[in-house]
Write a protein that binds this ligand. Sequence first.
Ligand SMILES: [Zn+2]
Length: 205
Amino acid sequence: MIIYGTNGAHLHTAPLPGLACPSCATPEALQLSVFSRYVHIYYVPVLPYSRPAVTQCLHCQQAWDEKALPAAIRPEVQAFKKQFRAPIWHWTGVFLLVVGIVWASVASSRDDKANAAFLAAPRAGDIYTVHEKEGDPNYSLLKVVSAEGNLVELVANQYQVNNSHPIDDLNAPAKYSKESFSLTLLDLRTMQNKGQITDVDRPGK
Ligand SMILES: [Zn+2]
């Protein structure tokens, strides 16, 4: 279960200069308190969504939220409030999300480049994660036995699993066929372009 909700934090309380209380007319007795409301997930602030403010007279104790604010002082109060922003840590979740997306896309493009490089120059021991076609949830493995010139000798794993990273489950010597078969480098590239080869692992890399 994801624990999420909203929370509030007090940002600032400051005297409102140059204004008289709309209720008791005492000058220089108003103060403004500004709060930040934010969404949290597991109590980590994700993003702030509102900044409620309360104006209070220290003399007559009358208080107004923004909706109830008398029109006579509303523009001054709203202009004064602008200087109190939510602190940057109320954006922690958004920040982490952006960092995560950037990290994932960098990692995935590096992985794609490594896969393409390994596939263009196969070596004995390379392991290809394969499935019939894009969208097929069942995956298996092909292992390179030898590679020479344009020809690659492979053995097919005799099992498949419903997991896009089948290497942990399937990569045992006994699970591969004894019969090998050959593919050309062009065949491999075609299979990758069709989405049939989804990953290339080179032991030790
Ligand atoms: Zn007052």
